[in-house]
Design a protein around this ligand. Structure first.
Ligand code: DX5
Ligand code: ZN
Length: 232
């Protein structure tokens, strides 16, 4: 399975969200995103329960797997996702991210993702305190902080994520292995710098990449340059 985990944590990585792609030609869109220099592809999976919207399934993601070698990350906006994890691992998702708010037995769910051979991540909604991470640090590779309320692409960035990123970076410094901090929601050339300076190193961008007037490659390059500059 492809992985970009060899990229040092100090370097910014860009993860375009396929939610903003043209669904009638998803395979081609993935190919274009890879050619444009993305580091991975972010798949937003919505169940119509945890969030008020439906999106793609593991089968849809699997159908795109042969088109690219980029790592795939599945962001599961799904209540109690345990029964679905195997499907996403088999669809070629290098990384599986679950919401703390959606998992009653978060420790068990993270263990199950690791047992399937995928990297495990915890996602926190904008209002969720970071304390929930404290006792699962040994089981996680990524913390994904939402900077919109999940469910839709194209929303405005919630800036209170910035101090939350700094707090998370301090908490993760206590872990015995490197853990990525990823930010998701309203990331574009105007919003990425503050989150990068606060300590985030992976950035999801849907509308910021797919709707950029100068095309995917310009969008990705611009985000990476601004992000790396802000990280210093
Ligand atoms: C929101 C999703 C995000 C979103 C990002 O529920 O998790 O990944 O699609 O899209 P933009 O970058 O347009 O906010
Ligand atoms: Zn997402």
């Amino acid at each position: 399975m492809a992985s970009d985990s060899s990229v040092p944590i100090s370097h910014v990585r860009i993860s375009p969200s396929a939610l903003s792609a043209d669904f009638s030609k998803l395979g081609e869109e993935c190919e274009q995103i890879e050619k444009a220099g993305a580091d991975r592809i972010h798949w937003d999976v919505m169940d119509g329960q945890f969030v008020p919207n439906l999106s793609m399934s593991a089968d849809i993601i699997k159908s795109c797997r042969p088109w690219v070698t980029l790592p795939f990350e599945a962001h599961l906006m799904v209540r109690e996702p345990d029964h679905l994890l195997k499907g996403f691992a088999e669809a070629g998702c290098d990384s599986i991210l679950v919401h703390a708010e959606a998992c009653v037995h978060l420790h068990r769910t993270l263990s199950a993702i690791r047992d399937l051979g995928s990297r495990a991540g915890v996602v926190l909604n904008p209002h969720t305190p970071i304390d929930v991470l404290t006792h699962v640090l040994d089981l996680i590779d990524t913390v994904l902080l939402m900077s919109v309320n999940p469910g839709f692409g194209g929303q405005s960035h919630i800036r209170s994520v910035v101090p939350k990123i700094s707090d998370t970076r301090r908490l993760l410094d206590g872990a015995d292995h490197p853990i990525d901090i990823e930010v998701d929601g309203g990331i574009n050339a105007s919003t990425i710098a503050a989150s990068a300076a606060a300590g985030a190193n992976i950035f999801v961008s849907g509308s910021g990449v797919f709707n950029h007037p100068d095309g995917y490659a310009s969008a990705i390059t611009e985000l990476r340059e601004i992000g790396n500059h802000a990280r210093g």
